[in-house]
Design a protein around this ligand. Structure first.
Ligand code: 6R9
Length: 653
């Protein structure tokens, strides 16, 4: 039997097209082919050179020590201060008047903070932390909205050598407490509340509730930024107002240097099962790769670009591409507190227009919801300042890629699809915008200095064009050093499938040009009649249909075929396809685009899809529905009611 065509780009003719950078873009791009050549010649020398772009108080002589694999040491005998690299260095270089943050609150209030001002703020906060008895190596939990104090707090913690654990503001009291306890945090930095969808979402009450739960008693103080103006309870011995304490502090702070391998932060990420993993990142290697990738992948010209990454600092993207990468590079950036549709669906586009944003970095889920709302909304704004667009978080289907480039990028801008993870710390696979001929939907190439392979389960290279597992074959500077409190789980989760090599948990394929396509988590890869099909691939085909706004596909257990493809789709508001006709039409459409083997057994039209707070579709829950099971744990959903809506819709349909 011949294989059905399973090319992920079959979902859209656009996927076959190439988008070389314009001549003007190429001419002005900061990265040329010499970068990859240098990395290929001598990978370690290449990374050492990137590390030397930072300011070291004591230069390193060692590059990589891998003798204690899988726990790496990079630049181990060097010493530096991460906050000095992100702030002081730019002031010393004469760029103190450059804007670091153009902050905008959801209600429309704004703050502009230059690098010189940021230095004063970070110094005061560092002095305050020291006054509160926070010492190098201590852990501090940060539970803040997207306000400047989030950035200031992270940098102040780093400045004194303490370790931050930022917890996304949408997490519950229990989740927060579990993270506080696992890290043994001595201080929590929070706010009374933050603005979301036109109202104040309380944060301090969640911290109070978290600390009332039974467990360890490591937290001595709670430092509270006044933002929402909402009433809060006060524990006199424990709670402190940030603005009151900070006012008394000196705006200078003598920063000392720490070892390159000094811990910088813990960030919790959910595994497929079990409790969240505290991913540990350290200083020199992490900052090297965050800064290098931010500069080259986004072609950053710090003296003229206005950069905006829409991620919350509660996620790794916010750590590496809101805080450390951009600030290490002296970038001017936008920081926005609220949701994309407050007070109106054009909010993002008016921000881009107002600040003249040149580089936008966001997630496919956001792009698809803008597609759903229609191009009239962005078209009503002047987006001509944009010159580069980035995507991260999940595979971007060619349709969304093309829409992003065409509607947001005015058909001019390169689009970079960046693959990486909390565990990798920084971008690993991405086109380089002045070099790569972009292919919609593909992350394409490992960045210079990164070694990637696509292997089959036995560890042999997957055949060209065939599906395999994404593996990183050589250590890299920003790699996770361990799982906090659980080095064995670190080894087991990432390093046991292919000993000596890092198993990412993602499926991938190398096409005939040698370009890399990400196929989604391997637990989302289906096996239908012995054929491997990617959920992402079928989703991509579905959203390529003009009537479909969003799609999620799962493999449901099937007696005859092993698994059957079950699709959940949201139709576009303006679609001229009746719900009742959708199933046969879309099944035929997928068969047409990919091949009969990929034809969904069932297509359910739904009003919503279950998503985590970071916007990832929870296919596990859809699989439960498709297999007629009781729906599993929904606590990580952004909206826990969404499963009931889908279920009742399926019964009615
Ligand atoms: C940065 C971030 C990591 C997982 C990763 C993969 C998916 C991220 C992607 C992508 C395809 C991309 N992912 N970027 N899949 N193409 N460009 O999102 O980190 O939250 O840890 O998620 O996200 O499945 O394994 P994190």
């Amino acid at each position: 039997m011949t294989d059905a065509p399973t090319d992920p780009i079959a979902g859209a003719e656009g996927g076959q097209r190439r988008f070389p950078p314009s001549e003007a873009f190429r001419r002005n791009a900061i990265a040329g082919p010499e970068l990859a050549e240098a990395a290929d010649r001598d990978r370690l020398a290449f990374w050492a050179e990137q590390a030397r772009a930072l300011r070291w108080e004591r230069p390193f002589t060692q590059v990589l020590d891998w003798t204690d694999a899988p726990h790496a040491s990079w630049f181990a005998d060097g010493r530096l201060n991460v906050a000095v690299n992100c702030v002081d260095r730019h002031v010393v270089a004469g760029n103190g008047d450059r804007v670091a943050l153009h902050w905008e609150g959801e209600p429309g209030d704004t703050r502009t903070i230059t690098y010189a001002e940021l230095l004063g703020e970070v110094s005061r906060a560092a002095n305050l932390l020291a006054d509160l008895g926070v010492r190098a190596g201590d852990r501090v939990a940060v539970y803040l909205p997207m306000i400047p104090e989030a950035v200031i707090a992270m940098l102040a913690i780093a400045r004194i050598g303490a370790v931050h654990s930022v917890v996304f503001g949408g997490f519950s009291a229990e989740s927060l407490r579990a993270r506080i306890d696992d890290a043994g945090a001595v201080l929590v930095i929070t706010a009374d509340g933050g603005w979301r969808k036109g109202a104040v979402a309380p944060l301090k009450p969640v911290v109070d509730a978290a600390l009332e739960l039974p467990g360890e008693r490591t937290v001595r103080n709670v430092l509270v930024v006044r933002r929402g103006g909402n009433d809060v309870d006060w524990a006199e011995e424990r709670d402190l107002w940030w603005h009151e304490e900070i006012a008394a502090m000196d705006t200078t702070h003598d920063a000392r240097a720490f070892d390159a391998e000094h811990p910088l932060f813990i960030l919790y990420t959910s595994g497929t099962t079990g409790r969240p993993k505290g991913i540990l990142h350290t200083s020199g290697g992490y900052l090297t790769q965050a800064a290098f990738t931010h500069r080259t992948v986004f072609d950053l010209h710090p003296e003229r670009d206005v950069y905006w990454c829409t991620a919350d600092v509660g996620w790794i993207t916010g750590h590496s591409y809101v805080v450390y990468g951009p600030l290490a590079n002296g970038a001017t950036q936008v920081l926005y507190e609220g949701t994309p549709d407050s007070p109106d669906p054009g909010r993002w586009w008016s921000i881009i227009e107002r600040y003249g944003v040149t580089i936008l970095y966001t997630a496919p889920t956001a792009i698809r919801s803008f597609m759903r709302a229609g191009r009239a909304i962005p078209d009503a704004h002047d987006l001509t300042s944009l010159r580069l667009l980035g995507s991260v978080g999940e595979p971007i289907n060619p349709e969304a890629w093309l829409w992003y480039r065409e509607v947001i990028g005015g058909g001019r801008t390169p689009v970079v699809d960046t693959w990486w993870q909390t565990e990798t710390g920084a971008i690993m696979v991405s086109p380089i915008p002045g070099i790569t001929d972009a292919k919609p939907g593909a992350a394409q190439t490992p960045i210079p200095g990164i070694a990637i392979a696509v292997l089959d389960e036995s560890g042999r290279p997957a055949p060209a064009g065939g599906d395999g597992l994404l593996v990183v074959t050589e250590p890299w500077p920003s790699m996770a050093r361990t799982i906090w409190n659980d080095p064995e789980r670190f080894r087991e989760t990432y390093w046991s499938a292919f000993p000596g090599r890092y198993f990412a948990g993602d499926g991938a394929r190398l096409d005939e040009d040698g370009d890399l396509w990400l196929l989604g988590r391997v637990d989302d890869v289906m096996n239908v009649s012995g054929h491997r099909l990617s959920t992402a691939e079928i989703e991509s085909a579905l959203v390529a249909h003009p009537a479909v706004a969003e799609a999620a596909v799962v493999g449901a257990t099937d007696e005859t075929t092993g698994q059957a493809v079950v699709a959940f789709v949201i139709l576009r508001a303006a679609a001229d396809l009746a719900d009742a006709d959708a199933s046969p039409v879309l099944r035929a459409h997928v068969a047409d685009r990919i091949g009969a083997i990929a034809r969904p057994a069932r297509v359910h039209v739904v009003a919503e899809l279950p998503k985590t707070r970071s916007g990832k579709i929870m296919r596990r829950l859809l699989r439960d529905l498709a297999e007629g099971r009781e729906v599993g744990d929904t606590t990580t959903l952004a909206d826990t009611g969404v499963m009931r809506t889908i279920e009742s819709g399926m019964r009615a349909g």
